[in-house]
Design a protein around this ligand. Structure first.
Ligand code: FES
Length: 115
């Protein structure tokens, strides 16, 4: 028998915008432990955990992106990550990646993390 992963509610799709990441605290840790954005209307979710020093990446609430949304940025030392796959393309953790979290969208447009 297959195990079904427990689901944790993240937000509604309509709460996100294309190439504009927001922070969330779906596990009640008292800080935004994940970031989420839309790419061509589909959600992408990553841990808010820079692979350089394992610290949160935003410099203030919901500021994770370069202007225009080309890259996710760690504001500690300027690492830049591709929103499409979390790969670091410049900075001290070049070649490493953000940890992507699997998610699904239900029929009512709610995003759930598969945890
Ligand atoms: S901690 Fe993110 S670039 Fe250094």
């Amino acid at each position: 028998m297959n195990q079904v992963a427990p689901l944790t509610f993240l937000c509604d799709v309509q709460d996100l915008q294309d190439r504009a990441a927001r922070g969330f605290d779906p596990f009640d840790r008292g800080r935004d432990t994940v970031l989420a954005l839309l790419l061509d209307g589909r959600p992408k979710v990553y841990r808010n955990d820079c692979p350089h020093l394992n610290v949160p990446m935003q410099y203030r609430k919901d500021r994770f992106m370069t202007p225009g949304g080309e890259y996710i940025v760690c504001f500690a030392h300027g690492a830049r990550f591709l929103p499409e796959n979390g790969l670091c393309v410049s900075g001290p953790c070049l070649g490493q990646s953000l940890t992507e979290l699997a998610c699904l969208v239900d029929g009512e447009g709610r995003i759930w993390l598969e945890t």
